[in-house]
Design a protein around this ligand. Structure first.
Ligand code: ZN
Length: 304
């Protein structure tokens, strides 16, 4: 029997628009997470805080909420010397989101970069495709054990790492995989590229070829760039597309970082993002449930 996550794919293929969630980092910092501390550890030590963030997004109108497991690979957790808690922290993260989820909603297991360079780019200590796959597979299996409906492979910088994560999810379970990469806007060339130069069209094709069921962009810059990126992806595929950009660019004042776009300003770009062919929309850094509430209103206004 296929997992419930496949409903997400069926629904968007039937023309429905769905709402993803917003940022976690800023909300965890606001709740007291210290700079340099491990966010995934809070799935154990501050379960109530994490659960409340999930609930806040569901209440704001998210159809899909992701787990607090962005840095939950063993390679990443090893930076905090807690790689041996990989399974536990991912299972707990998945259960927290599951517990907060209404019956009709979905939970996506967040899988972010390891922060370790692929062999081809690293001067030393580079990671092989096999090592990437092993660390992502371990995380994916734990997230599935905790009850996620699908995976969100996200904020990926390197195509090798993204495709290894997709293959690992597919090897671990039969759940659907959303995969999104981080694009930089090159002002001089007026174009969006990954850190290593791939275009949105190339990214869409390579992530789909690796087995992703939904592809797109997240983080990076604001929704204005997301519109262009999604339009370019839509030009080369009929597959479901997802975008959850940042609330514009970060603005640093002293020690505090805020983001350019408030909820209303951010939501203003979403009709065009949907027109560009995006099927699932949310937000990333600098956003909170107020942003998602406005974005959900835009999506609801499109429903026939
Ligand atoms: Zn972000």
């Amino acid at each position: 029997m296929k997992g419930r996550g496949w409903e997400v794919i069926q629904r968007v293929k039937a023309g429905e628009l769905l709402v993803f969630d917003g940022g976690y980092g800023t909300m965890l910092f606001a709740a007291g997470l210290l700079n340099g501390a491990c966010p995934e550890l809070w799935n154990d030590t501050h379960a109530g805080v994490v659960g409340d963030i999930h609930k806040g997004y569901f209440d704001a109108g998210s159809d899909i909420v992701e787990t607090n497991t962005f840095g939950g690979t063993r390679l990443k957790l090893d930076e905090y010397k807690i790689g041996d808690r990989t399974r536990e922290l991912n299972v707990k993260g998945a259960r927290l989101a599951r517990q907060a989820a209404p019956a009709h909603a979905y939970v996506a297991g967040s899988i972010g970069p390891t922060s370790r360079l692929p062999l081809d780019y690293a001067l030393d200590n580079g990671v092989t495709d096999e090592d990437y796959e092993a660390t992502f597979r371990e995380q994916a299996e734990a997230l599935a054990e905790g009850g996620v409906d699908l995976f969100a492979v996200e904020t990926m910088m390197f195509p090798q790492e993204a495709t290894a994560a997709i293959r690992a999810c597919k090897a671990a379970t039969d759940l659907p995989v959303m995969a999104t990469m981080f694009f930089q806007y090159e002002e001089g060339n007026d174009r969006d590229r990954t850190m290593w130069g791939e275009s949105p069209a190339e990214v869409a094709k390579s992530l789909l070829a690796a087995g992703a069921d939904v592809v797109g962009m997240n983080c990076g810059r604001g929704p204005d760039r997301a519109i262009t990126i999604i339009r370019e992806m839509r030009g080369v595929t009929d597959a479901p597309l997802v975008a959850y950009p940042n609330a514009g660019l970060p603005v640093t004042k002293g020690d505090t970082v805020t983001y350019e776009l408030g909820p209303d300003e951010m939501a203003r770009d979403y009709p065009a993002l949907l027109d560009a062919g995006c099927n699932i929309v949310g937000a990333c850094c600098g956003s909170d449930p107020r942003h998602i509430q406005r974005i959900a209103e835009v999506v609801r206004s499109r429903k026939k």
